[in-house]
Design a protein. Structure first.
Length: 256
């Protein structure tokens, strides 16, 4: 597991919005958002989940994991400014909001931030906006972080809270660890955590990637539901519990 940098929260604001974002697909945005939801549930923290990566006629990945998540589709939000407005509005319904953002959300965020006094609005609404950016060994995922970071500029770099997730699904993130981008974001106060790769037998890996409940219903199984499903042996279930425990420890290590 890679080294970890722990930074304190920037604010003590009452409300928090966690936006999972990277223009590169397949970096673990949805799985990370689901894991945060399960972590908050385990802590007894009420929260609202929003799947902003849905399309007409197709459920987003987060919605499949968390059927109670609010669904924002392209037809209603145009994947633009309205989407980001909705995230802040949702704090009227829950003090903590988790959002799985679509591809293209980075460009929309940059425009939204540039044309509005976002930092002032966040202060007035008592909201901490946490930009959660998963990266993996794929260089495009690092470029996704770089593009967002450069696009928002110094004001947002310092005024928002940033959490970078090293997703080791394709192996240790050497390219990211040695990158100039990593050095810059950490120097500016970003927090960093690591999600280890699944290290289970093939049957368990398949279950984690595409598990479905009884009768093949649409909802994917979260770690907690997989643990409760009793479809694995005692030792396999113990591995699942330990893996989830390590995920939760990573969230706790950065003050979430």
């Amino acid at each position: 597991m890679a080294s970890m940098i722990c930074k304190p929260m920037k604010t003590n604001r009452t409300k928090k919005v966690y936006a999972f974002i990277n223009n590169k697909g397949g970096v673990g945005k949805s799985r990370s958002a689901v894991s945060l939801s399960e972590y908050l549930t385990a802590k007894g923290v009420a929260h609202k989940a929003i799947d902003a990566d849905s399309e007409p006629g197709r459920l987003g990945t987060l919605k499949r994991f968390l059927p109670d998540a609010e669904e924002l589709v392209a037809a209603t939000n145009n994947r633009g400014r309205r989407l980001w407005d909705r995230l802040l509005e949702a704090t009227e319904e829950a003090d903590v909001v988790i959002a799985d953002m679509p591809g293209g959300a980075s460009a929309h965020f940059v425009s939204w931030f540039a044309e509005s006094d976002v930092l002032g609005a966040l202060e007035a609404m008592d909201i901490e906006l946490v930009m959660v950016v998963p990266v993996c060994e794929n260089r495009d995922s690092i470029m996704g972080l770089r593009t967002l970071w450069d696009g928002v500029g110094p004001e947002a770099q310092k005024g928002l809270t940033w959490v970078i997730i090293q997703n080791e699904k394709d192996g240790e993130t050497i390219t990211y660890l040695e990158s100039k981008t990593r050095k810059e974001v950490l120097a500016a106060g970003a927090r960093e955590l690591t999600f280890s790769a699944f290290n289970f037998d093939p049957a368990m890996n398949r279950a984690l990637d595409c598990a479905r409940g009884a009768n093949n219903e649409a909802a994917f199984l979260t770690f907690s539901r997989l643990i409760e499903s009793k479809q694995f042996s005692i030792l396999q279930t113990a591995r699942l519990r330990n893996f989830q425990k390590r995920l939760f420890e990573q969230f706790a290590s950065v003050g979430i």
